[in-house]
Design a protein around this ligand. Structure first.
Ligand SMILES: [Zn+2]
Length: 167
């Protein structure tokens, strides 16, 4: 979270906003001069496609408890974006997917994460794991537009619906 860190991770002293001449902007800096860089994280996800539609999950955790989205989560150091997307899909809905291509990259100025979303082939039946209240297969006409979890969910599903509409 932006602004949530108040101590330097390197030396433990207090951080304060300070203008960095060479970068032309304010950053969090400690008295030793260590700069805490706050940049967006990468969230990787998949749209697991079936013959009829797509698997979505209803979140069992905050934020956006009870709202629908696709499986996605923060990328870890030690894995590729593709590996992160597949891992999150397995963890959240129990599907071992094969990625078939990049759907798109979603970002906006005020967001703290960049979303990288892949199309995936899903065989078998998804199951709700710890972070899902339920999972359901949706056809393009059934997407629950009023109950989507995030702006990135909406944008990815809009792209998916226009893709599916063309086949
Ligand atoms: Zn420091």
């Amino acid at each position: 979270m932006t602004g949530a860190r108040s101590f330097c991770p390197t030396c433990g002293q207090g951080l304060a906003q300070s203008f960095i001449q060479t970068e032309g902007r304010e950053r969090l800096v400690c008295p030793e001069g260590h700069i805490l860089y706050e940049n967006p994280n990468v969230v990787a996800g998949t749209l697991p496609q079936t013959a009829r539609g797509i698997w979505l999950l209803r979140r069992s955790i905050e934020p956006r408890y009870g709202f629908w989205t696709f499986p996605a989560g923060y990328m870890e150091i030690g894995e590729s974006v593709e590996e992160a997307a597949a891992r999150e899909t397995l963890e959240e809905i129990g599907l071992d997917v094969k990625l078939t291509g990049l759907l798109n990259v979603y970002s906006r100025a005020e967001a703290t994460a960049v979303f990288v979303v892949y199309l995936a082939e899903a065989e078998g039946t998804a199951t709700a794991r710890d972070e899902a209240l339920e999972v359901r297969e949706f056809q393009p006409a059934e997407i629950p537009w009023d109950d989507l979890a995030f702006w990135s969910t909406r944008r990815a599903l809009e792209d998916w619906v226009s893709l599916r509409g063309q086949c």
